[in-house]
Design a protein around this ligand. Structure first.
Ligand code: SIN
Length: 550
């Protein structure tokens, strides 16, 4: 009998939605998301999607810019795939009707961002992510065979660990999922499970990422037995609005898109009013992101500043309002800053997780039937520093590739055999857990993890700071796991456990890289870039014989 495959997609940003649309042509799709369906990092992306579609451009130039930004660590084959197939994916979006900004002549408008030697960033004004997300969601809602579970969070991937007769733990059969509102956990079986759960920016206190970006997918995959790659490369966006306590804690740092520098905005030291990027790189404001963020950090530290200025007030006011309506409106209404008249106070903020779950060119992880796409994955395209506006592109390209690969691999024989094995999976076991009595002991850990990541594992690092951070983290993590094993599961607890694990993986990776490269800058090895340095891989630990494990 012909079997219709069931796909479980964890996450609802650009990668998850694009995958779901493609996979729904061949089977049933369930999308699981922790909060509202559009509460994904994608929604917060401003700048756009890079693709060599201009007549002045070509994929080879995009390839070269990506490699330079990546600081010698990109996987060249993955980048080839990205820049060539990216053109086709973006054309597909255009054909489907995605409303990219066009000039008065009706032609697409291409923005320019840091590290790009050509104008190649397609965008919808300064709210591209929001537009792409709602555009894809409309398509998803029109599909009868896509089901969306909002306010549901994955507790654990269901693998052979969970079989009554234990196997060797290489196949994933879906996931155990917490209904956040009712507190119930159910087993969602699937023939293919796809992690599209985004990054882990929330491991730091100052980030442009939404509160959902707690690295869940990386932690789930690692605990299930996947390798994790290049976690030391957390990207700081150079220009987030410097706020000084004007928003409630947990609010994402408001991004000031790099496209503004592409349109001529200048970084200035508020003390001297001097445009300082000339001291740091020949591309000045449009140097790769790691360089601009470190330059700002150096100005802040040298002059004891709380922020630097980003100034676009020299440009025509109507041009600024038309190109940056989201930023203009938000800053005027919420913060009383008129960007057509005055400079914007900015600081670097954590923005993107360049490392993640190690995958091949089809998004396959180390475990059978488990895929990872988008920010959660490490495809190798970003190397030591992601080129601006390559992230939405990566989400599209590798979602399409994973869908194609899975559809080809899904034979009836295989699906029948997985389903037979999956019959032996047990339901979630709550034995010996109780409601928390001393939550404060653990809620404190959120703050402690974030502040030690900021102070010891920030833009500038040293072996001494990293070792100190790891010692602290090991203690905190042990406490969290002890609490987790005794306590009824909740969303906060799952996120805390994931965040702590991701922080540990980040520090362990950072300690392994004894050089400065891209986003990873070590004071012990300031100029030192080893010619043949390879990726940093963290091998998984297996935890046989336990229902709950760390
Ligand atoms: C931005 O608009 O500056 C962010 C774009 C990106 O992170 O690629």
């Amino acid at each position: 009998m012909t079997q219709i495959p069931h796909y479980l997609v964890i996450g609802s940003g650009i990668a998850g939605l694009f995958f779901a649309l493609k996979a729904s042509e061949h089977g049933y799709v369930t999308i699981v998301t922790k909060d509202a369906v559009d509460n994904a990092a994608t929604t917060y992306a401003q700048g756009g999607i890079a693709a060599a579609l201009g007549t002045w451009d070509n994929p080879q130039k995009h390839f070269e810019d990506t490699l330079i930004a990546g600081a010698g660590l990109c996987d060249e084959k993955a980048v080839e795939i990205l820049v060539h197939e990216g053109v086709r994916c973006v054309e597909e979006l255009i054909d489907l009707g995605m409303p990219f900004t066009r000039g008065k002549d009706g032609k697409l408008h291409f923005g320019r961002e840091g590290g790009h030697n050509e104008s190649r960033v397609l965008h919808d004004h300064d709210h591209t992510g929001r537009s792409v997300e709602s555009f894809l969601l409309k398509k998803i809602y029109a599909k009868k065979n896509i089901r969306i579970l909002t306010k549901h969070c994955v507790v654990e991937l269901a693998s052979e660990h969970h079989l009554k007769e234990r196997g060797n733990s290489t196949v994933v059969f879906g996931a155990y999922i917490l209904d956040v509102l009712s507190g119930k956990i159910h087993l969602e079986k699937a023939d293919f499970t796809v992690l599209a759960s985004g990054g882990a920016g929330r491991v730091y206190p100052v980030t442009t990422n939404p509160p959902v970006s707690t690295g869940d997918g990386i932690a789930l995959a690692y605990r299930a037995g996947c390798r994790i790659r290049n976690m030391e490369f957390f990207q700081f966006h150079p220009t987030a609005l410097a706020l000084k306590g004007k928003n409630p804690p947990g609010t994402p740092a408001f991004l000031i898109t790099e496209a503004m520098r592409g349109e001529g905005a200048i970084l200035k030291n508020p003390k001297t009013n001097r445009a300082f990027m000339v001291d740091y790189h020949e591309m000045r404001e449009l140097a790769p992101r790691d360089i601009v963020a470190r330059a700002i950090d150096a100005e802040l530290k040298r002059d004891g500043l709380d922020y630097v200025y980003l100034d676009i007030s020299h440009k025509d006011a109507s041009f600024v309002r038309e190109h940056f309506p989201l930023i203009y409106g938000t800053l005027k209404e919420k913060y009383n800053i008129d960007i057509t008249q005055e400079p914007i106070p900015v600081v670097p903020a954590v923005h993107y997780t360049c490392g993640g779950v190690l995958v091949d060119y089809e998004g396959k992880t180390d475990l059978e039937n488990l895929y990872a796409i988008g920010e959660v994955a490490s495809t190798g395209v970003h190397g030591g520093n992601r080129l601006a506006s390559n992230s939405l592109l990566e989400g599209l390209v590798f979602a399409a590739r994973a869908a194609k690969h899975i559809v080809r691999a899904a034979s009836d024989t295989k699906i029948n055999s997985y389903r037979k094995t999956a019959q032996n999976l047990g339901e979630w076991d709550h034995t010996n857990t109780k409601n928390p009595e001393e939550w404060v002991l653990v809620s404190h850990d959120f703050k402690e993890i974030r502040s030690l990541m900021w102070d010891y594992v920030g833009i500038v690092r040293s072996t001494l700071r990293l070792e100190r951070a790891l010692r602290r983290l090991d203690v905190i993590y042990g406490e969290i796991i002890d609490f987790y094993n005794r306590t009824v599961i909740s969303l906060d607890l799952l996120e805390l456990r994931n965040l702590a694990l991701v922080a540990q993986l980040t520090i362990r990776s950072a300690l392994k890289r004894k050089e400065s490269r891209g986003l990873h800058f070590m004071t012990d090895y300031p100029e030192h870039r080893e010619p043949s340095r390879a990726d940093t891989i963290i091998e998984p630990r297996h935890f046989p014989g336990k229902k709950h494990y760390g």
